[in-house]
Design a protein around this ligand. Structure first.
Ligand SMILES: [Zn+2]
Length: 101
């Protein structure tokens, strides 16, 4: 197995790193992030491996952006509610109690 270092990658969807390497095996090539070791899919050619990495990176980052936007919208629905009220804690429900008190 040999590797080719790539310094201008599409940012890794997991850590944002832009440095990686293409790992060459007998019938496949795949991009691996240098920072977190995330792997791209195995492909027939190095060019395909790089293209797949770029595609996957964009898709996953877009997905995260959508998820974050939906989460923020969801949380903003709770903005007007009063803070939660917890029931008064009973003495015998405490995990530790002082002896002789
Ligand atoms: Zn990474």
């Amino acid at each position: 197995m040999s590797t080719t270092t790539v310094t201008q990658l599409e940012p890794c969807p997991f850590c944002g790193g832009t440095q990686g390497s293409v790992h060459h095996q007998v019938f496949s090539h795949r991009v691996i992030c240098k920072t977190c070791n995330a792997c791209g899919p195995r492909c027939r050619t190095q060019e395909q491996a790089l293209l797949q990495w770029e595609h996957q990176s964009r898709e996953l980052r877009l997905e995260k952006t959508i998820e974050n936007r939906l989460l923020l919208e969801h949380l903003s629905n709770f903005g007007d509610l009063p803070p939660p009220v917890f029931p008064a804690q009973r003495e015998n429900s405490l995990p530790f109690r002082r002896l002789n008190s």
